[in-house]
Design a protein around this ligand. Structure first.
Ligand code: C2E
Ligand code: CA
Ligand code: CA
Length: 572
């Protein structure tokens, strides 16, 4: 039984009409063409063909299948089909074809030649499989992958790696361009006070404003967080034109943002580098624009900052300073200088001293505090340095008092970073305790910019003041100058910034302004001191305007210890 061949019964065999019906009903399209007739026309299609293409058999019969092709059909695939027909071979391609209604579909077409018993070509059979769904899904996911790989998911702008790639292509073509690196000032503050969702909406709106203003020819990128980069292609634009354009962009970005019923205002800083003037490579130009951006933040005047090569020297100098600072403290290179404060009478008398720091560097000579204090603030070195200054100042003043010099208050400058440090009060207490100096002789000079966090600041100031220490506001008029804090914070002395004194009394406007600041201070019951007094006429004007104290080159320049002691002696 097992060895016997299986012979089907006649009833179990398929008939020709059943076969044709099965072919008709199969889910895929089938076409038969006759290569012996002119233009290889269609001589049979099944129902599957009509389902896929929308053409009825009579509409395609005796026609060539090329009516399914359209403008996007890949000619390379058509060549493969042609070649297979010539060589009488089977082949499979996936073509973008068009239905009768004009919509497209992806046709996975397999053509096979059919030969008779003698090996002569009779027909070509084509099988059509509609792959539209599969191919489009694949395309969508690769588009999504591309989107993630090249674009920022939040704003849809280019991401950094794609931006750099595109920038490199433009540079290779020799395209002159400007790179604008744009950053939102204090964005962290926006995120913290309004929440990240509002922060994101602000970034999105900023990106939209850039897109609207810049047009298609520019590349725009969000490199990270609140950092945007724009590449402007230049033809023969001058720096003036680029600057004006950059200012207009800043202005558009600065307009208030209305998000979830909140009106948010934000400032933007901008750094600019140019190709080919500043550098040849994308990395260099991006770095240079970044350095310029940093500088624009430091400037704080809200104007775009242009990269210049001297910035690199400044950075080099800065790195040197940063490296040398810790050692300098250990080896006694820092020194206290003293600037006397006087009464605002015709012949001022010594009423106080401000301690000013100096750095005697063995290689560079005297380095100005303006050059190293901001660095020390940034890298945290101001904490040990500031502690040394307070201790040293208290020690020396007490020593002078013990030696019989007149007992006058001494003021010490306190930087924001130092003041915010949780141990600041302990440091001050410690310095007073070790030296034995009565707190009523210690004055701390803080700046207005420190006062933007009134709750914490107020408590700290009150605790210091309760010990008998006096508080001065330094550089008054250059920071927030909010009348509110004058009213609410425990302050004793207002030090009017020297920029208000410089043009007085020559400039009528400055003189009036100065007088109103003096009156403002007096109305809050504060002692008012004018800084940077350099002439007799300034002194007279200030005395006449009710200013209590003066400080400046006219009375005395900052003095070293020896000269200060000389001056103190005359008051003994
Ligand atoms: P400041 O606290 O406003 O100090 C006054 C600055 O003005 C001093 O510069 C002083 O030399 C200068 N000055 C005084 N009288 C005149 C004048 O009549 N005309 C002009 N044009 N300038 C005058 P200095 O010593 O270079 O200090 C600069 C800044 O560095 C200080 O400004 C202060 O912000 C900071 N600084 C200095 N010493 C210390 C310190 O011990 N700690 C901290 N945190 N900062 C300090
Ligand atoms: Ca000061
Ligand atoms: Ca000052």
């Amino acid at each position: 039984m097992e060895d016997e061949a299986y012979i089907p019964s006649p009833e179990s065999l398929i008939t020709t009409s059943e076969l044709l019906e099965a072919i008709d009903l199969m889910g895929i399209g089938l076409i038969i063409t006759n290569p012996h007739l002119k233009d290889n026309p269609v001589i049979y299609v099944n129902k599957g063909f009509t389902k896929v293409t929308g053409y009825q058999p009579e509409e395609i019969m005796m026609c060539n299948c090329r009516c399914l092709q359209g403008p996007d059909t890949n000619p390379e695939d058509l060549k493969i089909i042609k070649k297979a027909q010539i060589e009488r071979k089977a082949e499979t391609v996936t073509l973008k074809n068009y239905r009768k209604d004009g919509s497209h579909f992806w046709n996975q077409l397999t053509i096979s030649p059919v030969f008779d018993q003698a090996g002569e070509l009779m027909y070509f059979i084509g099988l059509q499989l509609d792959m539209t769904k599969e191919i489009e899904e694949r395309e969508n996911s690769s588009r999504r992958i591309r989107q993630l790989a090249f674009f920022d998911p939040l704003t849809g702008l280019l991401n950094m790696s794609k931006f750099k790639e595109e920038l490199e292509k433009e540079l290779q073509k020799g395209q002159h361009c400007a790179l604008l690196r744009i950053n939102i000032d204090r964005f962290r503050y926006i995120n913290e006070s309004y929440g990240e969702q509002i922060g994101d909406s602000l970034l999105l709106e900023a990106a939209e404003r850039m897109k609207r203003m810049l047009g298609k020819d520019c590349l725009i990128c969000r490199s990270f967080a609140d950092d945007f980069i724009v590449m402007l292609k230049l033809t023969d634009s001058s720096r003036y034109e680029i600057h004006t354009y950059a200012m207009l962009l800043s202005e558009a970005l600065r307009k208030p943002y209305f998000i979830h019923n909140e009106e948010i205002r934000s400032n933007f800083s901008m750094g600019i580098s140019l190709y080919p003037e500043h550098g040849e490579t994308a990395s260099l130009l991006l770095n240079y624009a970044d350095l310029a951006l940093e500088q624009s933040k430091l400037d704080g005047i809200g104007e775009p900052y242009w990269f210049k090569h001297s910035l690199l020297e400044q950075i080099h100098k800065r790195i040197q300073i940063e490296k040398k600072m810790p050692k300098a403290l250990g080896s006694g290179e820092f020194e206290l200088y003293f600037q006397p404060k006087g009464s605002s009478s015709k012949t001022p008398s010594l009423v106080g001293i401000e301690v000013l720091l100096r750095w005697n560097d063995p290689e560079q000579g005297l380095i100005s505090p303006m050059d190293f204090i901001p660095i020390a603030e940034e890298n945290g070195f101001i904490i040990p340095l500031g502690e040394w200054i307070i201790k040293e100042a208290c020690r020396l003043i007490k020593q002078w008092q013990d030696e019989g010099y007149p007992k006058i208050p001494v003021s010490v400058n306190v930087s924001a970073v130092q003041f915010r440090h949780p141990h600041f009060i302990n440091v001050v207490e410690n310095a007073l305790e070790i030296s034995g100096l009565d707190p009523c002789y210690l004055e701390l000079e803080v700046t207005e910019t420190m006062l933007n966090d009134p709750v914490v600041i107020k408590e700290k100031l009150e605790r210091l003041r309760n010990k008998g220490i006096k508080i001065s506001i330094d550089d008054f008029g250059t920071g927030y100058s909010s009348i509110h804090y004058l009213k609410t914070l425990p302050i004793d002395i207002l030090k009017i910034d020297k920029s208000f004194i410089q043009e007085t009394p020559v400039s009528e406007q400055d003189s009036t302004l100065l007088q109103s600041i003096i009156q403002l201070g007096k109305s809050f019951g504060l002692t008012v001191l004018a800084e940077g007094v350099e002439s007799q006429s300034q002194l007279e004007f200030l005395a006449g305007s009710g200013c209590d104290l003066i400080q400046g080159y006219y009375f005395s320049r900052p003095l070293n210890r020896e000269s200060m002691e000389q001056m103190l002696k005359t008051y003994k």
